[in-house]
Design a protein. Structure first.
Length: 408
């Protein structure tokens, strides 16, 4: 797993953690200005409860997204970039990405800026959620999505651009490859070094947290030299660097009569389209899922639906010395300003941030309070509409979660 960021957590003169670290936050777009304050208030309450007021986070706001464009003429101002680089820990609201035109994804730009190569998305069922599965409690998995490679590098050209005409001519003349004249072209790149480091992160997480398996999700039967290579490189890291801790599915069949040896983590792989089917039919068979960027994006949204709603999912974007924490859902613009947005995802992300800082007691308090509120039917409209629960507003739900901190 990526190394813990030592900058925001700090260190006292005797090597003790900084008890008043500075953490950046950005409200973002859409419902962001409502859910980020919610998460901050829950985090503060959990920290106060867990450490009897002896620790405190010093929050510092940065402006990115639409508000930054209004105030500074650009969505990602230099001042905000400098603060992110120097602090390296950010709790971030959702950012709008134009479809088909406009600026590139700010989310992707931030990940590239800090080399946040591991997007980690835990997915588990909370009792009280309405799920399409007959046994949703079987869903308890963690998705490790490679975050800086694949199609998200944004290397592409419009179908009628001069650059693409030059590219068509080059590949036709030099490589004998014909590209359709009316097709936009994008380049999918998957690199060996980036595949290997996300694989290490996933396997080390599995070892540390005593998980049962790591499943490599890919479409290597079609994209042999990109996703097929992702599969091969991932297996290579597993068997060469973690031989004492892992066993492959092939080895289980051939050497161990179909049973995973005690103390070993099973490493297997599934073709992407089959992975969706398997996750719906047999969710309990999957534990840690390791995927290239695009596949990881797809499967995490699907997994969110299995537990009832993507709105309850948090995520961490992590690098060697940096961490950015955000909800999985988007800006939900149509719900903005109405006090109905569900802040659970960003609250869970706040708990993940505390865990990353080493403040495990506060992180655990948040998770328990959220679980308690949902189980009691104290939820926002997006969840209440599927049950008989009375919907709470964003602020009221936040107060309910805070009220339950330290009581579970």
């Amino acid at each position: 797993m990526p190394k813990r960021n030592k900058v925001p957590t700090g260190a006292g003169s005797k090597g003790e953690p900084d008890k008043s670290p500075t953490v950046l936050y950005a409200n973002g777009d859409g419902v962001g200005p409502e859910i980020i304050p919610s998460a901050i208030s829950v985090v503060d309450a959990a920290v106060k409860s867990a450490y009897n007021g002896k620790r405190k986070i010093l929050w510092k706001e940065i402006v990115i997204g639409k508000e930054a464009t209004k105030r500074f003429g650009e969505p990602l101002p230099r001042k905000s970039i400098d603060l992110i680089r120097s602090n390296k820990l950010l709790l971030k609201g959702p950012l709008e990405t134009p479809v088909g035109t406009g600026h590139k994804s700010l989310n992707v730009e931030l990940r590239m800026l800090l080399d946040l190569y591991a997007n980690i998305r835990p997915v588990r069922y909370f009792e009280g959620l309405k799920s399409p599965l007959t046994n949703p409690s079987a869903v308890d998995l963690v998705i490790f999505r490679e975050n800086t490679d694949d199609l998200y590098t944004g290397i592409e050209w419009p179908y009628d651009s001069q650059d693409l005409r030059a590219l068509r001519a080059f590949v036709s003349e030099r490589l004998g490859v014909y590209l359709e004249a009316d097709a936009g072209i994008g380049i999918k790149q998957i690199s060996k070094s980036k595949t290997e480091r996300i694989t290490r992160a996933a396997i080390e997480y599995a070892i540390k947290n005593k998980r049962r398996s790591v499943t490599i999700m890919h479409k290597g039967n079609i994209m042999k030299f990109t996703e097929g290579a992702f599969r091969e490189w991932a297996y290579g890291v597993a068997v060469k660097e973690y031989r004492s801790s892992v066993v492959t599915e092939e080895e289980v069949v051939q050497k161990y009569k179909g049973r995973v040896p005690a103390g070993k983590i099973l490493v297997n792989d599934r073709i992407a389209d089959n992975m969706f089917q398997q996750l719906i039919k047999s969710p309990g068979d999957y534990d840690v899922i390791l995927a290239p960027n695009l596949n990881g994006d797809y499967i995490s949204d699907a997994a969110g639906a299995l537990v009832g709603d993507i709105g309850v999912l948090g995520s961490a974007d992590m690098g060697e010395r940096s961490g950015m924490f955000e909800a999985v859902h988007g800006t939900a613009q149509k719900y903005a300003g109405k006090n109905i947005a569900n802040p659970t995802g960003i609250i869970i992300s706040g708990a993940m941030m505390l865990g990353y800082m080493g403040w495990e007691e506060a992180a655990s308090a948040i998770k328990k309070s959220v679980e308690s509120a949902i189980k009691a039917g104290k939820v926002t409209n997006d969840l209440a509409r599927y049950t008989k629960a009375k919907a709470l507003g964003t602020k009221e739900y936040t107060a309910e979660v805070i009220r339950r901190i330290g009581k579970g």
